[in-house]
Design a protein around this ligand. Sequence first.
Ligand code: CTP
Length: 404
Amino acid sequence: MTALSGKRILLVIGGGIAAYKSLDLIRRLRERGASVRCVLTNGAQQFITPLAASALTGQRSHTELFDREDEADIGHIRLARDADLVVVAPATANLMAKMAGGHADDLASTVLLATTLPILIAPAMNVRMWLHPATQRNLKALEDDGVHVVGPNDGAMAEVEFGPGRMAEPLEIVASAERLLAPSGPLAGKHVIVTSGPTHEPIDPVRYIANRSSGKQGHAIAKAAAEAGARVTLISGPVTLPDPSGVTTVHVESAREMLQAVEMALPADIGIFAAAVADWRVANAGEQKIKKKDGALPNLSLTENPDILATISHLTENRPPLMVGFAAETEHVIEHAKQKLAKKGCDLIVANDVSAAAGVMGGDSNKVHLVTASDVETWPTLAKTDVATRLVERLGAMVGDAKP
Ligand code: CTP
């Protein structure tokens, strides 16, 4: 077993003479148990053919953004999602510039913009192009965006110049990919499901019932869990936040959709239910927009939504061994949290005061109490990102303790 066993690599091949080395890279990745799917830019096809890449990967190679067959077959959004790592080799100066600028004018750049997976680039270009301030600026921007870089190496170039710009050797790229995919951190090897944000419950096709949750706390937890080495499935209600990188995000609208998405994501080692799920939905939601009728008011009748946390906590099969709920309270915070812990059957409740004066809903900071059956621990007011990091550290210790 290597870190690459069973991993899916999306290899984006840019247009440079080093593209021929990418064919060897495919072999090396596959020898280590990875499956490889290729996207070739137009430039890449000047050096190698999609057929050569397909012959080595054993899978169809992709070249066109607006290809009817491709879109019907897999589509650029799924290409950007259905992998564990995206490797760009060679990453030409042009491809790096497009990535840094967020361009999406061909399949390769569109996939790179659409993906939330970790990206590893292996730059390759003429030494002057590499050293040009524009390329160095783009490199910095990409590194700031979390893109990982391997190489380039010093050496003789195809144009008989010497200096940095040669693409890293296939085995060096493989080693970087292995490092990126090797699980490390307190939650390494764990699958964590996080729910986040509000739910929207339709009144009719254009109106809905919602709440003030921003999803900031849940999204921060998903990101922190991924940084702690976990495989994270984030099930998000409608929010304006970007999908956290390195996390599989499933977008839902209503409580019932959220429950279904959680059930689909099982099994998991930890469930963290941070979403502010609407307690009720409209039983008689209109299929058409409800019209005003001579001053008569519509009669909305409400019905209770499923309780996602309680449903999953009470599963007899497939219950994640560690279940964490939140308690949004406006008064008697700890007392209510203790009641919720018992009623919902979870192992830990993160209780917070969501009264308007506390400014938690939509704000950037949070003051929480960790409530278990035997203990209450109060944390100081912290940034939501710090609450997330500390909570993930704590959960790491709890699952660590639970090991035989
Ligand atoms: N929760 C859930 N499904 C629901 C309602 C709540 O999964 N239909 C989860 C929340 O994600 C949170 C916990 O249950 O982890 C508590 O949510 P909260 O809104 O504080 O409590 P409610 O159960 O809605 O109870 P109440 O509104 O009476 O405070």
